[in-house]
Each structure stands twice: as C-alpha cells, then as structure tokens.
Design a protein. Structure first.
Length: 215
C-alpha cells in the first residue's frame, strides 16, 4: 500500500474517532492513542481500496460499524476486522458494477427485528429517512434504550451532554430537510424535540433530577 493511501485512511480515521469516546485507559496518554490508531490503520488498509473507490467503501464501512454500535466508544480492532470482512464478502458475491449496499433497508430490518442500531439512525438525516419508513414510535423507543445505556456507561452528566449533541444533530437535519424540496415533497416527518426529559421520558436515569436541557 502506498504511503498516500495510508495517510488518506489515517485522516479519515482521525475524523471518525474525534467524534467518539476513547477508552478510559487512554486518558491523557497520547502515545497509547497514537499506537492504537496505527493498529487500526494497519487493519483497514488490508481491505480498503485505493483511489476514487475509497470514498464509497469508507462510507459503507462506517455504516457497517454503526449498525452494531450502541455506544460512543472507539470500536475495537475486532470491530474493524468484522466490518471490513463483511464488505469484502459482499464484494466477492457481487459484480463490481453491482456493489451496492442499502444501509436504510438494513436499518429498517434491524428495527423490525429489534436488533442493535447505531445513533446515526436515531438522530439526524438518516433518522429522518428511517422514520419515513418505520414511523416515529420505534425510533423514540430506541432512543429511550440508547439514553439508558449511555447513562449506565458514562454517568448522567456525560450522557446528558451526549444527548444534547444528538439533539443538535437532529435539529440541523430537520432544518436541512425543511429547506430541501425533495424532502418536503416526500413529507419527511420531523420528530419534535423540546428537552432531553421530554424527548426520552421522565426518569433520573436520563437526566439528573432538577436539571433540564435547554429549550
């Protein structure tokens, strides 16, 4: 693999990991973080195509990771291997011109089968597309479970911060959809958002008592 290919993967990977939570053991240890990223890059470059095909492959690889991730934590090396092998198997079974994955259909099936699904399908642009297929209630139910999981893993304060970030993401997606003629034509529904407590239901497991998210 060329050094340019590795650099491209590293850039994309750093952008992805910057939006996730590193392992607690890495706190303040930049050398361990750097070593872990090098290990990730070594795994990914064994599977990732070079050149223009990397853009499409990378998006599908992240979508595959998101389908089984229910936390904001960095994936394990095994998670990357599994995601890459899933894509490699898909490529082997299809003609190059037919290398198509429908993440929305996969997400819809996961909702129907009560299987794990990533936060990108619960808040944001993808969530609006999924809501158009499965309705609002299944998404709200998954948000409840996701919020409870965040609280258990990170504590109430950090969970609240993460949920507010997700609300911001969803508001931006709703705003963009409202400005998009295609979205308006197809009546993409908005999930009303008021506060974390309103969004996810009452209970201190989501937000410390007496603390409300900003309207």
């Amino acid at each position: 693999m060329s050094s340019m290919h590795s650099a491209d993967i590293t850039r994309r990977l750093n952008d992805y990991l910057s939006r996730r939570q590193p392992p607690k053991g890495f706190a303040g240890d930049e050398r361990r973080k750097a070593d872990q990223i090098i290990a990730y890059v070594g795994i990914i470059r064994r599977y990732a195509p070079q050149g223009d095909r990397l853009d499409e492959w990378w998006g599908k690889m992240l979508a595959t990771l998101a389908e089984t991730s229910e936390t904001w934590a960095w994936p394990t090396e095994g998670d990357f291997v599994k995601a890459c092998k899933i894509l490699a198997k898909d490529v082997a079974m299809r003609e190059p011109a037919a290398f198509k994955v429908d993440p929305l259909a996969v997400a819809e099936k996961r909702i129907e089968n009560d299987e794990p699904i990533g936060d990108n399908w619960l808040w944001g642009k993808n969530a609006l597309l999924l809501i158009a297929r499965v309705g609002v209630e299944p998404i709200l139910s998954r948000r409840d479970r996701y919020a409870s999981h965040l609280s258990q893993v990170y504590g109430n304060a950090e969970a609240r911060r993460m949920l507010l970030d997700l609300e911001d993401r969803h508001r931006e997606a709703v705003k963009a959809a409202e400005e998009d003629r295609y979205a308006r034509t197809h009546h993409v529904p908005e999930v009303p958002i008021k506060s974390v407590r309103d969004l996810l239901g009452p209970g201190p497991q989501y937000v410390p008592p007496g603390i409300e998210a900003a309207e």
